[in-house]
Ligand binder design. Structure first.
Ligand code: PMP
Ligand code: GLN
Length: 405
């Protein structure tokens, strides 16, 4: 068979998925969801809800399909969705943006992130600073853009960065500082001090701040503070979010970028040749979602907080050391106290041992820093309460681990 050459190798290697035999491994999410499917284990790995989101949002999509909203929407997204995004920013953050020029609808946050990196990074001398552990698409997108990824470790158990390490990581080569807040996989919400330092460093080194705020409505003790709303941040910040987590529609892939007209135009120049547009009947449905009353958003965060507490209790009872998350779908649990030395190996045997699937934190980490997170696992709390209870019961029966990890 002819060997396939090309840039895919750089992307796969960047994401840590290129095997020594030259084959590409599936992402950790695909691998662990497949493992759950095969074994019938409870899937607390990949972060997707097991219940439908608000009926009005689902119904609005059905209606849009019946009403013929099935052709290409405008390149920047349907105007009503962009207006609803601007309304959302005003309502939640007192943040005024122009829906015509400062908002761009994308195929999920994933496309928004990739288009932003491709648009703003130009070659191997450019660096992208990320907090580590980081969401898997960041390394892949940086590799696509040909940039160097510079990871700044988050320090357990609080998972905040050491500010001096952050300062040392940002230089004049830094093109982008990428901040995921609330954070996947740790559930951290960054302190005001960290946000201020990120902005100060971006100003000093003329870098762009790119935020990934897909969990903005899953902050447990709010309010969420978009970095773009801090004084002086606006002109150098690209804010990214998406509908998947807020409305429990992770398969719809409707995301958006909010930034200055100049930054939006640059990102659009790339985005229009990645997908051009997507999801026309879902766009009006998300506009309806963003206009839901305050109670919906409050209940979403409160329900996820309760689930995270329930999961945390179960994990503690089973012998894990747990950092209570401040937001997101996720809880990090350290299995060292259970005798685990290698969480990746442990996760592969967890379905057999306990009928539960989790993700090792090392999947979100560059090889040089694996040791720091070697005994930690990420569990997703975005599941029904009865499912979390059942998972807790199964984990409680786990006992101390004496082999395989
Ligand atoms: N960023 C983070 C931190 C995520 O957890 C996810 C996905 N779950 C994404 C981006 C991707 O979002 P989307 O599905 O909207 O592309
Ligand atoms: N964001 C989801 C998670 O972190 C996974 C999405 C994916 O499979 N790419 O679990």
């Amino acid at each position: 068979m002819h060997e396939v050459t090309g840039g895919w190798r750089r992307v796969a290697a960047g994401a840590g998925l290129l095997g020594t035999d030259g084959t590409v491994h599936p992402t950790i999410f695909a691998e662990m969801s497949a493992l759950a499917g095969r074994t019938g284990a409870i899937n607390l790995g990949q972060g997707f809800p097991d219940e439908d989101g608000p009926g009005v949002v689902l119904e609005a999509a059905r209606r849009a399909i019946s009403d013929g909203g099935n052709q290409y929407p405008p390149g920047r997204g349907i105007l009503d969705l962009r207006v609803s995004i601007a309304e959302h920013h005003r309502r939640f953050y007192e943040w005024e943006v122009d829906p015509e020029r400062e908002v761009l609808v994308t195929a999920g946050a994933t496309e928004a992130l990739t288009a932003t990196l491709l648009a703003l990074v130009d070659g191997p001398d450019d660096e992208v600073v990320v907090f580590e552990p980081f969401y898997d698409s960041y390394a892949a997108a940086a590799a696509m853009a040909g940039a160097r990824l510079v990871p700044v470790p988050l320090v357990a158990p609080s998972f905040q960065p050491d500010l001096q390490v952050l300062r040392d990581a940002v230089t004049d080569r830094t093109r982008i500082i990428l901040v995921n807040d609330p954070h996947n996989p740790t559930g951290t919400v960054f302190t005001a001090e960290v946000r201020a330092e990120v902005l100060r460093l971006a100003e000093r080194h003329d870098a762009v701040v790119v935020t990934d705020e897909v969990y903005e409505h899953l902050v447990f003790e709010g309010p969420h503070v978009p970095l773009a709303t801090m004084p002086g941040a606006r002109e150098r910040t690209v804010s990214i979010s998406s509908a998947g987590k807020t409305f429990s529609v992770t398969g719809w892939k409707i995301g958006w970028v909010t930034a200055s007209p100049e930054l939006i135009d640059a990102i659009l120049a790339v985005k229009q040749f990645l997908t051009y547009v997507n999801g026309s009947p879902f766009q009006p449905a998300i506009a309806a979602g963003l206009r839901l009353p305050q109670a919906f958003f409050d209940e979403l965060a409160a329900a996820m907080h309760a689930k995270a507490r329930l999961l945390g209790e179960g994990l503690r009872a089973a012998g894990f050391t747990v950092t209570p998350p401040a937001g997101s779908y996720f809880t990090v649990a350290d299995a060292e106290g259970l005798g685990v030395r290698d969480a990746a190996a442990f996760c592969r045997t967890l379905p057999e041992r306990a009928g539960v699937v989790a993700i090792p934190l090392t999947a979100f980490v560059t090889p040089a820093h694996r040791d720091r997170y070697a005994t930690m696992l990420r569990f997703a709390a975005c599941k029904r309460v009865d499912v979390l209870r059942e998972a807790s019961g199964r984990l409680a029966a786990l006992g101390r681990v004496s082999s395989a990890g």
